[in-house]
Design a binder for this molecule. Structure first.
Ligand code: AMP
Length: 191
């Protein structure tokens, strides 16, 4: 199996690149942000809970997020591998993911960490907010909070994967195709 974590701050291009990568490597794409948005649209109890955090740019609590991710993995017993987009975002989530994959006799292949300067991220997200319909992209204060939450709670995970010799730093500035080629080269070094 090939199991990829695509990692980086909001606006780094994780979703865009995941769409290309899951096709290239025949993986199941799991985006926790997309799953939460589907729950919100379906007006489920989980969606209602998640929305209060998402609207402020805060992380949804680990127990909710990990449970949802685990269900999604277990719904795909025949997957050739997974691309995890927007998960893990905290150390307990990363530990839970390792444990879950271990129970399936597999593990993370590599964590692709997209590098994009902060000001470019804010510009990209404000631009995306014009068409995405996402409340959390439309407000600059919420965007800056999401970046601060990323710095505080999520970026330390780079050390988690570095210590496992699984971290691939990838330049996230360029055309979609250029970045895709860099990501494929990084995966092929591990796969
Ligand atoms: P994203 O679509 O990945 O930008 O996620 C949008 C929002 O969903 C985030 O700002 C969080 O509020 C929530 N979210 C998505 N993934 C996670 C996660 N792994 N842990 C906690 N909250 C998450």
């Amino acid at each position: 199996m090939i199991n990829i974590v695509i990692f980086g701050p909001p606006g780094a291009g994780k979703g865009t690149q995941s769409e290309l990568l899951f096709k290239e490597y025949d993986l199941v794409h799991i985006s926790t942000g997309d799953l939460f948005r589907a729950h919100i649209k379906g007006e489920t109890a989980l969606g209602l809970k998640a929305k209060s955090y998402m609207d402020k740019g805060e992380l949804v609590p680990d127990e909710v997020t990990i449970g949802m991710l685990r269900n999604k993995v277990e719904e795909n017993p025949n997957a050739k591998g997974f691309i995890f987009d927007g998960f893990p975002r905290t150390t307990p989530q990363a530990a839970a993911l390792d444990e879950l994959l271990e129970s399936l006799n597999t593990s993370i292949t590599t964590c692709l960490s997209l590098q994009v300067p902060d000001e470019e991220l804010v510009a990209r997200l404000l631009n995306r907010g014009k068409t995405s319909g996402r409340a959390d992209d439309a407000n600059e204060d919420v965007i800056r909070n999401r970046l601060a939450v990323y710095m505080r709670e999520t970026s330390p995970l780079k050390d988690f994967y570095h210590e496992q010799d699984k971290l691939s730093d990838v330049d996230g500035v360029g055309t979609v195709e250029e970045i895709f080629q860099r990501l494929c080269a990084a995966i092929n070094r591990y796969a």
